[in-house]
Ligand binder design. Sequence first.
Ligand code: ADP
Length: 623
Amino acid sequence: MSKKKFKTEISQLLDLIIHSLYSHKEIFLREIISNASDAIDKLKYLTLTDDDFKTLDFEPRIDISFDAEAKTLTLSDNGIGMNSDDLDACLGTIARSGTKNFLNNLSGDAAKDSNLIGQFGVGFYSCFMVADKVTVTTKKAGDDQAWKWVSDGRTNYNVEESERESQGTTVLLHLNDNGTEYTNRWSVEQLVKKYSDHIAFPIFLEFDDSTWEGEGDDRKEIKEHKIEQINTASALWKKSKSELKDEDYNEFYKTISHDTEEPLMHLHTKAEGTQEYTTLFYVPKKAPFDMYQADYKPGVKLYVKRVFITDDEKELMPVYLRFLRGIIDSEDLPLNVSREILQQNRVLAAIKTASVKKVLSEFKKIADNNPEKYKEFIEEYNRPLKEGLYSDYANREDLMELVRFKSTEVEGWTTLAAYKDRMKEDQKAIYYITGDNESTLRNSPLLEAYKKKGIEVLIMDDEIDEIVAPSIMNYKEIELKAVNKSGAADDLKTEEDKEKEKDVEPVIKKIKDVLGDKVKDVKASSRLSDSPSCVVADENDPTMQMQQMMRAMGQADMPEIVPILEINPDHEIVSKLKDTEDKAIIEDVSFLLFEQAMLVEGQQLKEPAEFVKRLNRIMGKSL
Ligand code: ADP
């Protein structure tokens, strides 16, 4: 016998689950049944693919029984089972990544946290809401030794050798006061119907039935021990759409996703013809917890003729659609398809291509017909869709209609199409500005001339925009231009501007002499109206934000690429600088023009102390 401590996160998590999920305590049954179903899926797959298991006599089933007097509830499956290492790994730690992350994200608000738990999928531990002791007796398929795991769900668990006739797992719950309501036929049946009706395997309930026979004094109770199947046990996705109600879809979603909330949408497709398959996709209301982790868990399961094949295949859907949950069930793949073969399988590739198109066109439908719902969707998934813009070239046109941007002209989100409609008659491009802070961007001097001329600029404050926006290049043959790049403002240039450029050449020379290689160039600007100066990236250089991002991503040795300084020929400071020959003033003012431009772009100064000295000198002189 070995007594082991839970990993710390688990104790914390257990506490949390017990308290915050309490209003949904009944879901423990769904979670245990869904684990049992997964375990059967896994064994079934082995019997099809692994010679060692092909001869196994195996009728998949899940059994539930209860004892009201002993206050116990027992769930048993004949699935793959666990060995002692599995028990440690699966029930002693949280097998999922991101546990810490999850705990750090807790808000203390029970309703919100219970959603987090749902997304996180802590499954098994939910049984400690209704039990003060849980015994798991299990034997792994192919092993001789069975094991028993016992815990009160607090700090310790024991694993010891045990007995079990054949492979599978039995979970015995010693119910606490919150759990005793589940020791009767009706409540168990009702819960199974509600949450687990479409689990693909039969669920049997064992109970004592009593009927009365005879009349008057002869009347007597006849007790009978019964075992009845209590679920439909048909794959929900195989039913026709007309047979299914939203509730059916939603409940099924909860069983496959561990989410406690309803999904935002579902999409059920049956394809017939050259290829036969069924897909059922869901979009969770809240983005899955691990969406931005490299080791995210894929949410789409693959079935072949209703037999589960895998739930751990990232290639089933493109990475940018990793938030999708659901099922692909193919009639054409061989049942014993190996996971290695799956990755280059043509049947699967065709299903993937068609599914992506279908899913994107469903998003478009929602965007067109239900803006409220689409807004909810965009708040969660705009970013992965943008990833699609540069990773899924084949669907770029569609994705361009789906992504949303902030803008100087409208509140909330806008589309590229709507921007195009609002364009001025002689406007040559779609303009955007990138950076990491919305209000810095909105107040950027780079926008001054656009504002003055009434030209709309898209505000791109999402980190990923730095990469996505340049990759778009054109929208319906209109070029996209970054206003924080040197070339964009050429469009705005008038004859008058060109004359002014000549005018300020001497000033530019003065500034260049002072700043040297701190800037790539100094130019007269046609985009400024109130500010004296601004910095932009040269046409083919990465913007400063982009450079920052690349350094944050570990490219520390990236050479620093300096910006171009633009000055406003109409500004008082610039014209006064033209007239002065005082070397000290020229030097201070040149630096200050550069440094203030960096500051308004949200950049950090290399020598803040020098900046302050310069500022103080100039203030002293002006007083
Ligand atoms: P999840 O099911 O989301 O992975 P759980 O906490 O419910 O999280 O279960 C943890 C792991 O324990 C499962 O992934 C599985 O490997 C194992 N497990 C749980 N129940 C069973 C069971 N009945 N048979 C076999 N393995 C199980």
